[in-house]
Design a protein around this ligand. Sequence first.
Ligand code: ZN
Length: 131
Amino acid sequence: MQQDLAPTPTAPIVDPGIIEDYHAHIYYDPATTRDRAARLRERVAAAFPEAKIGRWHDELVGPHLRSMYQIAFPRALLASLLPWLMLNRDDLTILVHPETGNAYADHTQHAAWLGGVLPLNADVLRGATKP
Ligand code: ZN
């Protein structure tokens, strides 16, 4: 019986200490939800001045198949910014992922989604070290 509980060789334990920082990708539709995304952006900037808010990407970029902008934030902010986003995302879909140096894994098996899971073109990240 105990053998059934043994970890498999394909699922090693990963030390969260390898996480450098985090990204939150805020998805929106330029035609319908850009105003809400703008309001969220302003509120995050006001509440979390340490967060680095990236440019608007109405045009698709990287693995993302919806318009989005990125919020990069340090490890120390996760415990406050994540619940803030949970409560204030205003029905927008958000991908939160760590930055471990493996962009492919960070956007797939390491990803946490708020509000739903959107498809990604993660193949473009294979072999990449930064998203
Ligand atoms: Zn990212």
